[in-house]
Design a protein around this ligand. Structure first.
Ligand SMILES: NC(=O)c1ccc[n+]([C@@H]2O[C@H](COP(=O)([O-])OP(=O)(O)OC[C@H]3O[C@@H](n4cnc5c(N)ncnc54)[C@H](O)[C@@H]3O)[C@@H](O)[C@H]2O)c1
Length: 228
């Protein structure tokens, strides 16, 4: 599999390192600041870790070049419908996800189940907290918004969500349920960005033989239906 990278920042470089470990060729890098090399058309799949404001333009570019795509960039999901049309027009495969770590994707499922259980007990108030490094541009994180959507579907009301931007956290998310008597917390702490990069490559290998528009959670669901 030949790979192109949109964005050669912290995550783009992580994906390149993971690709090297897995024997995947990075044939193209596109980044107006860090520098570009190679041709997008030489790639089978491209991976985007850029910025919220540019993701949709990169999706346009990939669709026009008929190169399938994995988008890890968060903060652009108000334009999902536009992205879907571009993917259809380009006849490409496409996967997006607010978080490519296995742990967080299983946390999504655990959160849905926990929220369903706790929503029967008004004694416990649900809440969401997240912390990321000071360079992160969007807040709340795409992952916190996913957790919020999942829990709110059970509660039918808004759930308080707080964000901290400080230091160098690669990503910490908490879904909690608090009562006068006790607190239950589901906590995910990313130890490094490597897990996100490996998840993005897992998605790239999955989409390279497919067409259509998918969320990363659908790949996880498929894995849960089969024994590894
Ligand atoms: N889905 C996940 O698992 C996951 C994990 C970590 C980060 N993220 C998200 O990925 C994105 C990138 O994170 P990062 O930490 O690598 O950021 P970063 O700031 O380190 O890197 C972003 C890079 O994108 C480049 N860029 C800007 N505009 C561009 C364009 N038009 N075309 C190509 N490149 C462009 C910048 O020059 C920069 O090098 C953020 O939205 C972040 O929230 C997602």
């Amino acid at each position: 599999m030949k790979l192109a990278l949109f964005g050669y920042g912290k995550m783009g470089r992580m994906v390149e390192q993971a690709a090297m470990r897995e024997g995947i060729d990075v044939v193209c890098v596109i980044d107006p600041v860090a520098g570009s090399r190679g041709k997008l058309n030489d790639a089978d799949v491209c991976v985007d870790f850029t910025e919220p404001g540019v993701a949709i333009d990169n999706i346009k570019t990939a669709a026009a070049a008929h190169v399938s795509m994995v988008v890890g960039t968060t903060g652009w999901y108000d334009r999902l419908e536009e992205a879907k049309l571009l993917v259809e027009e380009g006849g490409i495969g496409f996967v997006y996800g607010s978080n490519f770590s296995v742990g967080v994707n299983l946390m999504f499922k655990i959160t849905g189940h926990a929220a369903e259980l706790f929503s029967h007990f008004p004694s416990h108030d649900p809440f969401i907290e997240e912390a990321h490094h000071k360079f992160k541009k969007d807040a709340p994180s795409g992952t916190a918004l996913s957790l919020k959507r999942i829990a709110e579907a059970e509660y039918g009301r808004e759930i308080p969500t707080s964000s901290t931007r400080a230091g160098y956290f690669p990503g910490k998310h908490i879904v909690g349920f608090d009562s006068e008597a006790d607190t239950l917390e589901i906590v995910h702490t990313a130890r490094s960005r490597a897990g996100f990069a490996e998840g993005a490559l897992f998605a790239a290998r999955w989409i390279v033989v497919r067409k259509g528009f998918y969320e990363f959670s659908e790949i996880i669901e498929e894995r849960l239906r089969s024994k590894p």
